[in-house]
Design a protein around this ligand. Structure first.
Ligand code: HEM
Length: 516
């Protein structure tokens, strides 16, 4: 009798655990896609891995298709319902991130938040970032937004009648916000310039092509000398942030102090590895947290630099461009600002809730120009989407740009019509917080953007003040129809040609002079 029980355990259980599921998967076809060559697969189509290239391929192969890049399967999703399958229904399987060799090295072996795989470490880092660095309670980050927008408006006021590069204006503003939030008000101009060049080199290296990412047995090849650049870049970051950390350690602050910055926030959890001890007590909501290392701090600071700076500046530039291209919409937003704020003062945080049309304009801009057009995820297990078999460790690209322009989800999908989100519009109930899979500028589910509150606040307050304080025209008599609306593709998708516009004073001058 006993042998019967053993036979059951040895034969039936493995059958159910392995063979039955395998058979289930085997019946399913892989997603459609273009035929590939031996070994390299579709690597000759690498130039198509942009939001526009993948959108074009989705018109041929459908809302889900697969490219084989060497040994890597890359699946693209371009329909809202399939995005829901991936980001909500099977979120647990799709919450890993793909990381190239370059990214792994530059993030200290993925010891950050954005590239860490889903699991206990990621959960703790996410909790730390959300509660201690990016929430409304982190007062300095938010004060940094207000102060830096005030000084941007004052700078524009000194350039009335001259051409202003809006991309540059937005980048300088967001860099100032994020630098001060991360390192505190004391950071010098020289330090800012030094750190900007480190971030720029990281950004160039993140996009670098390495054959070993696709054909692992060719990992040793380094045609472009990337390895040397990687080592130099990480050393520069080590030296810079170690100095900042040491300065902060020498001058400790209470995390709740009004002048505490993100480095102060993280130092509370610092575990100096050399000494092997936890240097300070952990906070209430992270009692079980074993602490973080200097490398974690460096990697998270880089996440915040990349997450914050490009996207906020991008939205400001695209919104201004769409409003200059659509003067009727510009008039509606400015009319709302005049009615809500009056013409004697600038916009304050408490006014933002009343600016409902401005919010519609920003939403519509995010639909047409999401700053991160492709969400990058990776599968943790074999699974099924829409009747297709997706293998474990597939790279999954959710084409948010394509989904935002999907003709079956949006009426007049290619037109800029903010009124669709107004209370009487056909998309009035749709928000961008990840609940509606046709609009995903901040992603959805576990890996969605933790900086959404801070980011939206900065975008709304900056645009409200720029549009309320000034009237804007295109330079040299350029007509709105002549404005170039093309984009480029990198980690984000900014306008291909920088937007240049000319401000004129809009508010009642004597009262505004008192404020400025
Ligand atoms: C306002 C403009 C912003 C937009 C449109 C934006 C968009 C996004 C998107 C699309 C993702 C990926 C979601 C996914 O993969 O499903 C993301 C992730 C992330 N964002 Fe943002 N973001 C913005 C602002 C910020 C700010 C201000 C910060 C920090 C200061 C930030 C930090 C991050 C981080 C750390 C992640 C990685 C989260 C993780 O993997 O768990 N973002 N963001």
């Amino acid at each position: 009798m006993e042998w019967l029980i053993y036979a059951f355990l040895l034969i039936i259980i493995p059958l159910f655990l392995f063979i039955v599921p395998l058979k289930k998967w085997r019946k399913l076809p892989p997603p459609p896609g273009p035929p590939g060559l031996p070994i390299i697969g579709n690597m000759l189509m690498m130039d198509q891995l942009t939001h526009r290239g993948l959108d074009h391929l989705s018109k041929i192969y459908g809302g889900i298709f697969q490219l084989r890049l060497g040994y890597l399967n890359a699946v693209t999703i371009s329909k809202p319902e399939m995005a829901r399958q991936v980001l909500q229904v099977q979120d647990n399987i799709f919450s890993n991130r793909p990381a190239t060799m370059t990214i792994t090295y530059l993030t200290y072996d993925r010891s950050d938040l954005a590239f860490a795989n889903y699991g206990p470490f990621w959960r703790q880092m996410r909790k730390l970032c959300v509660l201690k660095l990016l929430s409304r309670r982190c007062t300095d980050s938010w004060a940094s937004v207000r102060d830096n927008i005030d000084s941007t408006v004052k700078t524009v006021a000194t350039k009335i009648g001259s051409s202003i590069d809006i991309r540059e204006l937005g980048c300088n503003l967001t860099k100032a916000i994020i630098f001060r939030a991360a390192f505190g008000a004391q950071i010098s101009i020289e330090d800012r310039d030094e750190f900007t060049s480190i971030v720029e080199e990281f950004s160039r290296l993140f996009g670098a092509f390495h054959i070993g990412d696709f054909i692992p047995w060719l990992k040793w090849m380094d045609f472009q000398g990337i390895n040397k650049r990687l080592k130099r870049a990480r050393l520069a970051l080590d030296q810079f942030i170690d100095r900042i950390i040491d300065e902060h350690l020498a001058n400790p602050k209470e995390v709740d102090a009004p002048t505490a910055d993100m480095v102060d926030g993280m130092l509370v959890f610092l575990r100096e590895v050399d000494g092997g001890k936890v240097t300070s007590e952990t906070g209430d909501d992270l009692q079980e947290f074993a602490g973080i290392t200097r490398n974690n701090i460096k990697a998270v600071i880089m996440d915040i630099m990349f997450g914050g700076t490009g996207s906020i500046a991008n939205i400001i530039e695209w919104t201004m461009a769409e409003l200059l291209k659509n003067p009727k919409e510009m008039k509606l937003v400015q009319q709302e600002l005049a009615e809500v704020i009056g013409m004697d003062c600038t916009v304050k945080e408490s006014d933002l809730d009343s600016l409902s049309y401005l919010k519609c304009v920003i939403k519509e801009t995010l639909r047409l120009h999401p700053p991160t057009p492709l969400l990058l995820h990776e599968t943790a297990e074999n699974c099924e989407v829409a009747g297709y078999f997706i293998t474990k460790q597939s790279r999954v690209m959710i084409n948010v740009w394509s989904i935002g322009r999907d003709k079956s989800a949006w009426e007049d999908a290619d037109l800029f019509k903010p009124g669709r989100f107004a209370p009487d519009g056909d998309s009035a109930n749709i928000d961008f917080k990840g609940n509606f899979f046709q609009l995903l500028p901040f992603g959805s589910g576990r890996r969605s953007c933790p900086g959404i509150q801070l980011g939206v606040y900065a975008v709304e307050l900056a645009l409200a003040n720029l549009l309320h304080s000034f009237d804007w025209t295109l330079p040299d008599g350029m007509k709105s129809s002549e404005l170039d609306m093309g984009d480029t593709f990198g980690l984000t998708a900014p306008k291909a040609v920088h937007l240049v516009a000319v401000p004129s004073l809009r508010l009642n001058y004597p009262s505004v002079r008192l404020i400025w």
